[in-house]
Design a protein around this ligand. Structure first.
Ligand code: SDX
Length: 440
């Protein structure tokens, strides 16, 4: 049964005044359960004729949400109130998916029903296979994901009425279920191996590893430690408040667009190296550094304003402390390498030395730049046999749960309407058209 988002009725705790010359305008302030309060400026333009100005939305809340809470100063991340380290330790990705979508941890019966619903949607229409043929084998898999996930809108557009709660639930289940299949197919296509169908007897992470690494010629033996590592990695990437890709999904969804098209837009946004593409960029950076002795050279470049090099996997718009996910990721990294018997992974050595040096450096300390979720994830994925180009694809598989949960919440929020920001116009004043023969 679909669940309804609980939207808190906002009541002002106080007001703030904006004095502009002789005009004073008052705005209500709302308090959340945790974190900063918000000032409701929706009437600002109507009451005062001016807009707010906030490039990059450094101080702007776009919505109310009960899904994820982040305290950047303390390095806290809660999903529906549960700390990320407890979920990573004790939960499973599918259970976290249920939690994000429905608001509470499932009962045994609810978990069994959800698990069955997801399992039953893991296959894709046979014609989807033909879409891959249109891409070059060496296409970046994120380009393939954008194309194939967007194309799902063509397969499910007719029976998707986003105003219908059951349709929203089915679309959410389809997306969560099919992302691993589509991702594994993108990988198989890139290496010229046949697509492997999902299996209903395997768990979510195990099924993904099976579809990515099995071949028809022999029995695939999954490694429970690797499956657990992938499941935990998916949990750590599931949702993260109103980040760039989630905000894209919400904005696309606010126009009433097809949910599959909205998630394709989220995948496109996540691809950027400043966002989800950072995990791939971290591996490239570690390989470019190549030796611990070259770390000072790269630290110097990261601090040089004339060099657009940034330390990938470092810094965060919200975390001004350690990203709590990076802590868990580093532990998982050591576990996976130990299980694989990899004693001296040079990239991990470089990463740990880079982290040590950067955290002692005034430049990073002053700017509160710490390792984020992307700093260690690539080393784990490389150790598990994934090519670097596939790292952000795994991030997209995980974040689909957050995207659909946030999309559902947005649609069920009576305060939400089509997103349409304004601007400060600094272009030319009005001027008359000059015909070409008069322009000299
Ligand atoms: C993700 O939003 C989310 O929640 C995202 C995410 C999620 O789960 O959805 O957590 C996933 O995207 C994690 C971030 C992955 N990106 C990277 O690792 C790329 C490297 N990081 C930077 O590009 C940067 O830190 C950002 C983009 C993450 C954050 O940039 P901000 O908040 O816009 O900060 P900024 O660029 O204004 O930086 C402030 C200062 C600047 O120096 P000054 O002008 O003050 O002298 O810090 C510097 C920046 O130059 N700086 C860095 C740096 N990050 C910031 N300097 C060197 N290396 C870096 N990595």
């Amino acid at each position: 049964m679909p669940t309804k988002t609980v939207i808190k009725e906002l009541k002002p705790s106080r007001t703030v005044k904006l004095v502009d010359g002789s005009k004073t305008t008052e705005f209500p302030v709302y308090d959340g359960t945790l974190g900063p309060s918000v000032v409701d400026v929706r009437s600002l333009y109507k009451d005062s004729g001016i807009f707010t100005y906030d490039p990059g939305y450094m101080s702007t809340g776009s919505c109310q949400s009960g899904i994820t809470y982040i305290d950047g100063e303390k390095g806290v991340l809660l999903h529906r109130g549960y700390p990320i380290d407890q979920l990573a330790e004790n939960s499973s990705f599918l259970e976290v998916a249920y939690l994000l979508l429905n608001g509470d941890l499932p009962s045994t019966a609810q978990m069994r029903e959800f698990d069955t619903a997801i399992t039953r949607h893991t296959m894709v229409h046979e014609q989807i296979q033909l879409l891959y043929r249109g891409f070059r084998r060496d296409s970046h898999p994120m380009a393939v994901m954008i194309g194939v996930v967007g194309a799902l809108a063509a397969f499910y557009h007719e029976d998707t009425n986003i105003k219908n709660a059951t349709h929203r639930m089915i679309a959410s289940h389809r997306l969560i279920a099919k992302m691993p299949t589509i991702a594994a197919m993108a990988y198989k296509y890139s290496i010229g191996q046949p697509f492997i169908y999902p299996r209903n007897d395997l768990g979510y992470a195990e099924n993904f590893l099976h579809m990515a690494f099995a071949v028809p010629c022999e029995e695939y033996k999954s490694n429970p430690i690797h499956a657990r590592a992938i499941d935990r990695l998916l949990i750590l990437h599931a949702d993260h408040e109103q980040n760039a890709s989630t905000s894209t999904v919400r904005l696309a969804g606010s126009s009433g667009a097809n949910p599959y098209a909205c998630i394709a837009a989220g995948i496109a946004t996540l691809w950027g190296p400043a966002h989800g593409g950072a995990n791939e960029a971290v591996l490239k950076m570690l390989k470019e550094i190549g030796d611990k002795n070259r770390i000072p050279e790269f630290i110097k470049r990261a601090k040089d304003k004339d060099d657009n090099f940034k330390l990938m996997g470092f810094g965060h718009r919200v975390y001004k402390n350690f990203d709590p996910r990076a802590h868990v990721m580093r532990e998982t990294c050591h576990e996976v390498l130990a299980d694989l018997g990899i004693k001296d992974e040079p990239l991990l050595e470089i990463a740990m030395e880079l982290e040590r040096i950067a955290l002692e450096d005034e430049y990073f300390h002053k700017r509160k730049l710490y390792p984020n979720v992307d700093f260690y994830s690539g080393i784990i994925l490389k150790a598990l046999g994934f090519p670097t180009k596939l790292f952000t694809v795994l991030f997209a598989v995980a974040r689909t749960v957050g995207w659909v949960a946030q999309w559902k919440e947005m649609i069920e929020d009576p305060e939400q309407k089509i997103g349409r920001p304004r601007q400060l116009y600094t272009g030319s004043p009005e001027r008359a058209y000059v015909p070409l023969d008069k322009r000299g």
